[in-house]
Design a protein around this ligand. Structure first.
Ligand code: ZN
Length: 162
């Protein structure tokens, strides 16, 4: 099991998170882990959606609720796996990503999208395709699709958006 997955599942266990966790539960985990979340930071413009500076996670102004959830989970991943440091999240999904960025994405996916048993999302949801997983986990399409492709065993079919 990857480090990011192990840490995400340990956090789910420690705080008794549901599948998927509520926004309130997610923010309570951040607070308990010493991470302050600041919404609507006017300094963040354009493609920069999130910056983690020391113990403050700064989020852009115009995030939709799904994107905001994912970014909070992503930033929490950096905070738990990579601190200290300064981390940025850019909107461009195809931007070159470091090992740490992949880890933060994997952490977010396992925190928000794992089933009750700590495995993949429930089969009934998974069988409906990526869009159904997004609706269930309230998470953004591209992030969920990338995470599912990495998280699922090879050979598990995945229905993407046409
Ligand atoms: Zn990041």
């Amino acid at each position: 099991m990857s480090t990011a997955k192990r840490r995400a599942l340990a956090i789910r266990d420690r705080y008794g998170l549901r599948s998927p966790p509520t926004d309130e539960a997610l923010l309570a985990v951040c607070e308990a882990e010493g991470l302050t979340v600041l919404d609507g930071c006017p300094e963040l413009v354009g493609r920069v959606r999130e910056v983690l500076i020391e113990d403050c996670l700064c989020l852009a102004c115009d995030l939709d609720p799904c994107e905001r959830r994912w970014l909070i989970a992503h930033g929490l991943g950096h905070w738990l796996l990579h601190k200290p440091g300064v981390w940025f999240f850019h909107q461009d999904a195809r931007a070159a990503r470091s090992q740490q960025e992949w880890q933060a994405e994997a952490f977010a996916g396992w925190l928000l999208c794992a089933g009750e048993d700590g495995g993949p999302p429930p089969l009934a949801v998974l069988e409906e395709g990526v869009g159904a997983v997004c609706a269930w986990a309230r998470a953004p399409y591209l992030s969920v699709e990338r995470w599912l492709r990495a998280a699922l065993a090879p050979g598990v079919p995945l229905r993407s958006r046409a």
